[in-house]
Design a protein around this ligand. Structure first.
Ligand code: GTP
Ligand code: MG
Length: 198
């Protein structure tokens, strides 16, 4: 699939105020600074459609972007940057969990993981939350330009192992991306296209 048009629609902090239109929606979520906004820009061929920053905590609201006039990409604030508590629910900002619990248009979430690091508890907890809430998700390993191909493969293998150790019976579909090099763009857009046709 080619992205021909990408337009910013609205930012807000309340799920109830998100666009009412019933078109398929895909949301990007993950720790602050993992590269959610950068990936949206890479996929849509824009430099600044979604606001990015070297400092974590840049995206603070739910941002809807309409793609090819018939589906939404959603940029969400990161988790793990605001205060962290032991209770899973309070680890993730309330409106993030509200979004996932209420947004009926959501077809699939993409959970972004920095390929450079070992599995972090907060990401494993978030995926456990998605599993318990029965929200379909894929994993996107980001910033692939920062490490070698060999390391990418070994980090993914270690990640899978960790997920199996955390009682996942199977690993969700996953992608490897680099927003600076365009890696993973075609695979990701093709996947979304396939799901949109279902
Ligand atoms: P929050 O909105 O704060 O949650 O962050 P975010 O997940 O939206 O991250 P953002 O896209 O703002 O990127 C954070 C930093 O990582 C920026 O300095 C980006 O330039 C950098 N970055 C993002 N993706 C990549 C990538 O694929 N490769 C490299 N080298 N840097 C990246
Ligand atoms: Mg962001």
């Amino acid at each position: 699939m080619k992205i021909n048009t990408a337009e910013f629609i609205i930012s807000n902090s309340e799920v109830d105020k998100c666009p009412l239109e019933r078109i398929p929606e895909y949301a990007f979520i993950g720790r602050s600074n993992v590269g959610k906004s950068s990936l949206i820009n890479m996929l849509t061929n824009h430099k600044n459609l979604a606001k990015t920053s070297g400092r974590p905590g840049k995206t603070q609201l739910i941002n809807h972007f309409k793609i090819n006039s018939n589906w939404f990409l959603v940029d969400l604030p990161g988790y793990g940057y605001a205060k962290v508590s032991k209770k899973t629910k309070s680890v993730f900002q309330q409106f993030i969990t509200d979004y996932f619990e209420k947004r009926e248009q959501l077809v699939c979430a993409f959970v972004l993981i920095d390929i450079r690091h070992e599995a972090q508890n907060i990401d494993l907890e978030f995926m456990a939350y998605m599993g318990e809430s029965e929200i379909p998700f894929c994993i996107i390993f980001t910033k692939a330009d920062k490490i070698s191909k060999v390391k990418i493969d070994s980090h993914i293998a270690a990640y899978k192992k960790q997920m199996f150790a955390n009682n996942w019976a199977e690993i969700p579909p996953f992608f490897v991306t680099s927003s600076t090099e365009g890696t993973g763009k075609d695979d990701l857009l093709e996947y979304i296209d396939e799901v949109n046709q279902e």
